[in-house]
Design a protein around this ligand. Structure first.
Ligand code: SF4
Ligand code: F3S
Length: 391
């Protein structure tokens, strides 16, 4: 599937310079249908995405209407100091529509990793798109920015990533820091940080940056944010670190299916133990779930199939700042903050210990499991909605 997708994507980008203006006249729905997806596929995507961004079922028709009527938003995707794992993960998204929407139909006007064009042609496509869509394109940035020695440790066509980032950020409608490297510096910024790597918000300080951390991040977060913008004309609420609250508002620990074992004090003693297979908590094997804010345990990866803890590996906290310096990952955390599971990254430090933590825990765990159930039901509901929504 991925190979076929990349083949057609390569064909498209070979002629991208000439076709982008025409493509930009399409709505998302028209573009999706042109790409061969059925209305049923489209409605499934709309239903699941609405659930991802926390909208009630009654608002689904608003989401569908936005996707049917709004013109696509051009995307410029820059790659700097990174491993490209975030792109790799994104194009392997189990549901083909998110990748297709971003990489093809939303119009990826520039990405030096995937586009068939290279060199001057690729640069021309980017410059043309930035000029024609000044103030209206989405900039996605993957990778950190090295600053030591005037930024020479990441250059493209003789220009430093600092220069390129400043130029492409100038006309952006919104900027996504996609992945922990652009959001927090990632492994490049880990001690001893030989190239002086920094996250992009240390270079671009005059625009809001939506952080989508993770190593890699969950693909649907990006499509969710874009769909939210299309539907309501504004970005979703962000926390103090710039992360969309709806995806990063709770800890992995709050919805983890091994949580009852944690509460009961039942821990797996070793990775290959029977207890680990039986679902006992991985806390003593180094799990960072209690201090990590992400949606993995609610949404799970690959269409709700699994996530690291379900595969038997503790969460290593890959969506938190400086996580690479927080090892070794197989050693037990000694400082879990006991703020109660209702806490968010923004409320830590403000909550008084010992007040109804038990009740809050039960409520939070129940509500997060409720959201997960809602997501699972959404996959089925998308089909039923087809009959309810008038074309
Ligand atoms: Fe799950 Fe880790 Fe929390 Fe245990 S410590 S319940 S494995 S998130
Ligand atoms: Fe990362 Fe932990 Fe999720 S390691 S992928 S935040 S479960």
């Amino acid at each position: 599937m991925t190979v076929i997708f990349l083949y057609f994507y390569a064909l498209k980008t070979q002629t991208n310079v000439h076709t982008m203006s025409k493509d930009s006249e399409l709505t998302y729905y028209e573009a999706v249908r042109n790409a061969g997806f059925s209305r049923r596929d489209f409605l499934k995507f709309a239903t699941v995405t609405a659930a991802f961004i926390g909208l009630p079922g009654t608002m689904l028709s608003q989401v569908v209407k936005a996707l049917e009527t709004k013109k696509r938003i051009p995307v410029i995707w820059e790659h700097f100091q990174e491993c490209t794992g975030c792109s790799e993960s994104f194009i392997r998204s189990d549901h083909p529509l998110p990748a297709n929407l971003i990489l093809d139909q939303i119009s990826l006007d520039y990405t030096d990793t995937l586009m068939a064009a290279s060199g001057h042609n690729a640069e021309a496509a980017k410059q043309q798109s930035m000029k024609e869509n000044y103030g209206n394109y989405i900039l996605i940035v993957e990778g950190a920015i090295p600053t030591k020695d005037d930024g020479v440790y990441c250059t493209i066509a003789g220009r430093t990533s600092i220069d390129i980032l400043k130029e492409s950020a100038a006309g952006a409608l919104a900027i996504f820091a996609f992945g922990s490297c652009s959001a927090y510096g990632g492994i490049q910024a880990a001690s001893p940080n030989p190239t002086g790597s920094v996250p992009i918000d240390q270079i671009i300080t005059d625009k809001p940056i939506i952080k989508v951390p993770g190593c890699p991040p969950i693909a649907e977060v990006m499509t969710g944010v874009i769909v939210h913008y299309l539907t309501f004309g504004k970005l979703p609420e962000l926390d103090s670190q710039g992360r969309p609250k709806v995806f990063y508002g709770k800890r992995i620990h709050d919805s983890c299916y091994r949580r009852p074992y944690f509460d009961a004090g039942l821990y797996a003693p070793a990775f290959d133990s029977q207890e680990a297979k039986d679902g006992h908590c991985l806390y003593k094997l180094g799990c960072r779930g209690p201090v990590t804010y992400n949606s993995c345990s609610t949404m799970e990866w690959n269409n709700g199939t699994s996530f690291p803890i379900k595969s038997g590996n503790p969460c290593i906290g890959c969506s938190e700042a400086g996580f690479w310096d927080n090892g070794p990952f197989v050693e037990r955390l000694t400082n879990i903050p006991e703020f109660g599971v209702e806490s968010t990254a923004d409320t830590i430090g403000k909550i008084v210990l010992g007040t109804a933590v038990g009740a809050a825990a039960i409520h939070a765990v129940a509500s997060n499991f409720g959201k997960k159930k809602e997501l699972q039901e959404s996959y089925c509901q998308g089909v039923k909605n087809e009959e309810q929504i008038v074309e």
